[in-house]
Write a protein that binds this ligand. Sequence first.
Ligand SMILES: [Ca+2]
Ligand SMILES: [Ca+2]
Ligand SMILES: [Ca+2]
Length: 160
Amino acid sequence: MKEISGFRILLWLLTLFALGSCRTIEENPGDPASMTQSDFAIADADSDGKLTAEELATFQHREAMAEIDLDGDRRISRKEWAAARPSAGEDDPHFDALDRDSDGEVSGAEAVAFITSHDAFTDQFSEVDEDGDSVLHWEEIDAAEPGSLKVSLFPAEPES
Ligand SMILES: [Ca+2]
Ligand SMILES: [Ca+2]
Ligand SMILES: [Ca+2]
């Protein structure tokens, strides 16, 4: 059932960022929006007790990757993307936006660059960053509303 739960996470992210009106997908406790203290320790790659935007994005992206990256090479190929988003197919322009060097695969660095430049992500990050030091401490994450820190490779609808 692992594949199905990963797919549900994707659908949930899509629901947030692309299909706001779709309400058939329920949140589940394992979704990427809620972070436990042990998640925090894993995400804190340099173990300095603080999460940078890159550390957070890298961690959350890896969680999502576990389900998307079917061949385990830590890159998302066009086929893998299409498998994760059957409705968009292999010609999805979002994929092209993510694949900055146009080599046909989204690397971890490309995904993290996309996420950390995403307004929704930076807004949420600074909201949780209570003391404004541009890094997140566990206390700040623990005090934040569940779901404050969402991350998605799927861009929000452009604001008009
Ligand atoms: Ca750190
Ligand atoms: Ca792959
Ligand atoms: Ca690439």
